[in-house]
Design a protein around this ligand. Structure first.
Ligand code: NOJ
Ligand code: NOJ
Length: 614
């Protein structure tokens, strides 16, 4: 710095008035990040059973989404949140935090068991349908409530987490453990992906039934990386042969300017969605070439999409008003969102930063940046004199270095937004208010914490192991919607029960029950599939056939064959009033395997509810 030649009191004066604020800010930001990273890792641990301080009752290895029990009720374990969180834990373990290994071992066991749990998405055997279930109770039992199911990202994400850990085991002389204990779990998940990738499902936000970019991108990585692991372990991967087809399909989300996050659906949205930055950071490969068709962060299409997405949020929230184009803003799921007020999310705002750190790391590792017509607008905001050309890495004053600095500063500015709206105790909720910045929705969201840690690692130059994107099988010239039938076997070596083909019988519950607007009917019963008398786990009925002539509530469900069960209907009241239960206990004998469907025609018997008029 030229100031160093100035001596005497002038130096003191100058360094106060002219010291680069950018450097000071970076130092402050670094110390914030270091503190918040530690808080975040602890926040994650607090939400994992059996010892997590904030989640009493959670089973070993189960990651609870948030301790929040109502508004929103997040005291459940989601396959997606858990897999992404455990991926962070596995990466931290690889970076040297060896004390985290017990969490990974618990997770492996918990997921092996969970794979076999029959649930409203279906059973594990014979065709793996149950693997598409998005969420379970925190003790690993089924969740019966109405939900956006199936969600097909879960098996892919879980496979990725377990593949990363298996690769570590192989490198450390424990191939046998990887092959015999962990591979059977991965194999079930890859079977599911290979069989169902071309079927629609709900997106990661659990709202849209269609084809989701995030899901497909992770599915591709799971199959491609799974094929490599199978080769090292000398086992067969059923389903991995679908990887090139999935890669082909992935290309179809690009519309020439941005990634349309949900396709095969017409929901009136633009398609700009945080989905499309969470996907690229999940498949990030430090060794990738930027023109890889896997949509890496440094890819021109990913960058064009990044700009379009971030720009959509610039005008969406009051707290983003007046922020210039070269500075980060608060980012949410998508601008049309209304869930819990449709606010910005911590995990997506830090994901935006992570995406940019990833991209910079890739350009620096390749020593080159190609700016093309697709990515030009992204760079113009940050480095106005940029042109369409190749920039080679050179000295500290070369345009390459300056562009890298500009993108890094841009990344930091997203973290500064997260910092600005993080409360003093460092706790991270799901959302923050679009007008005031105050934390909102689920408190201590595990995923918010996990996302903070991964962002902090990328900023600090720590990258997960490569998944060899340079060597993947290319997509065919013409896409086709093929499928490989899966092979599903309980992962007993990891602790899964040795379930045999379970059979279930279709039961239709019809009950005539006059209800007021705001009242709902559930069926609750003695068996696991009827929620074992827990009202919170009863099966909701629908009022689609309710008329003035017939107050019909109905549900078509599947119950375990050959069992005698007891059940009652329950009324859910409005305004926080206690539920009202029927006064009779009904008995149903579910027919044995292969038996015919049963329709129950019941009439509500017992006390009725009253609107609380709130
Ligand atoms: C709960 C889901 O978790 C959330 O993502 C969704 O927006 C709401 N349900 C509304 O469908
Ligand atoms: C709602 C989010 O939309 C979904 O992605 C997440 O899995 C659940 N909350 C639980 O955190």
């Amino acid at each position: 710095m030229h100031f160093s030649r100035i001596s005497g009191p002038l130096l003191g004066l100058l360094s106060i008035t002219s010291a680069s604020p950018a450097h000071l800010q970076a130092r402050d930001l670094t110390s914030f990040i270091n503190t918040e990273r530690a808080i975040s890792l602890q926040g994650v641990k607090d939400n994992i059973g059996p010892d997590g301080a904030k989640v009493p009752g959670a089973g070993a290895g189960f990651v609870v989404a948030s301790p929040s029990r109502v508004d929103p009720p997040y005291f459940y374990t989601w396959t997606r949140d858990s897999a992404l969180t455990m991926k962070m834990i596995v990466d931290e373990f690889l970076f040297g935090k060896t004390e985290l290994q017990p969490y990974i071992e618990d997770y492996i066991h918990a997921q092996a068991v969970l794979q076999t749990v029959a649930n409203p998405s279906g059973t594990f055997l014979p065709a793996g349908l149950g693997l598409g279930e998005p969420k379970y109770q925190v003790d690993g039992t089924r969740f019966n409530g109405a939900w956006g199911r199936p969600q097909r990202d879960g098996p892919a994400l879980r496979a990725l987490t377990l593949i990363t850990y298996s690769n570590y085991l192989i490198k450390n002389g424990q191939s046998k453990k990887a092959r015999e204990i962990i591979w059977p779990i991965i194999s079930n998940d890859l079977s599911y992906v290979g069989q169902y990738w071309n079927s629609t499902g709900f997106d990661l936000w659990e709202e849209v039934q269609g084809s989701s970019f995030f899901t497909v991108q992770n599915q591709h990585r799971a199959l491609a990386e799974g094929a490599q692991l199978a080769k090292s372990l000398r086992v067969t991967c059923t389903g991995c042969d679908q990887a090139p087809e999935v890669l082909c399909f992935l290309q179809t989300f690009w519309n020439g300017e941005f990634i349309v996050s949900n396709i095969n659906v017409n929901n009136g949205r633009t398609g700009l969605d945080g989905n499309s930055i969470l996907g690229p950071i999940s498949v990030f490969d430090i060794d990738a070439y930027c023109d890889s068709p896997t949509f890496q962060p440094c890819n021109s299409k990913s960058l064009s999409n990044f700009k379009a997405l971030i720009d959509s949020f610039r005008t969406a929230y009051t707290i983003n008003a007046g922020i210039p184009a070269n500075k980060g803003v608060a980012v949410g799921r998508y601008t049309e969102d209304i869930y819990q007020g449709g606010n910005p999310w911590y995990l997506i705002t830090t994901a935006a930063a992570e995406f940019l750190y990833d991209a910079v790391a890739q350009w620096k590792a390749r020593h080159v940046l190609y700016v093309d017509s697709t990515s030009l607008a992204f760079f113009k905001d940050l480095y106005p004199s940029v042109t369409i050309r190749q920039y080679n890495s050179g000295n500290a004053n070369s345009p390459f270095a300056q562009i890298m600095n500009a993108v890094t500063a841009y990344a930091d500015s997203f973290v500064e937004i997260a910092q600005k709206y993080t409360p003093a105790d460092g706790s991270l909720a799901e959302q923050f208010d679009r007008n005031t910045g105050a934390p909102l929705s689920a408190e201590d969201l595990t995923w918010s914490y996990a996302a903070f840690v991964t962002m902090a690692e990328r900023r600090a130059g720590q990258y997960p192991p490569t998944w060899n994107t340079r060597r993947i099988t290319p997509a065919p010239a013409t896409c086709s919607g093929t499928s490989t039938p899966g092979s599903y076997v309980p992962a007993t070596a990891a602790g899964a029960p040795n379930v045999t083909t379970s059979c279930q019988i279709n039961i239709i519950f019809n009950v005539n029950a006059s209800t007021y607007f705001g009242e709902n009917i559930y069926v609750s019963g003695s068996s696991a599939d009827l929620g074992e008398w827990e009202f919170g786990n009863a099966i909701p009925l629908g009022a689609g056939g309710y008329t003035a002539e017939r107050p019909l509530w109905s549900v078509s469900t599947y119950l375990e064959a050959g069992k005698e069960v007891m059940y009652r209907y329950v009324r859910e009241q409005n305004c926080g009033q206690a539920p009202v239960v029927e006064s009779v206990n009904r008995t149903l004998v579910v027919p044995a395997c292969e038996g015919a469907a049963v329709t129950r025609e019941d009439a509500w018997t017992g006390p009725v509810g009253t609107s609380g008029n709130c």
